[in-house]
Design a protein around this ligand. Sequence first.
Ligand code: ZN
Length: 102
Amino acid sequence: MTPQIRQLQVIGNELAIVWSDDRETYFSLEALRKACPCAVCNGEPDVMGRGDKPQVRYTPASFQLSSYEMVGGYGWQPTWADGHSTGIYSVNYLRRLDTGDA
Ligand SMILES: [Zn+2]
């Protein structure tokens, strides 16, 4: 069973998560942005299932949060300072990013 997020907080340039199993995780915002799961950042695969990873251009604002919200118990949706806000990081995805078996 996937642990739930008990507490989520942005501290400086890190996102701190306290999980329901008492684990604490600190993600750098830059690493999170680069792991953005949305279609724009990952490219839509073609009919053959191949997808070229697009070149995403980052600016310093790309790694700053302007706001975020929790989406219906499903995930974390950040709005980055460069206006990008289509990525929803599911609880499972965040946990896998943390434990390294993404
Ligand atoms: Zn994205």
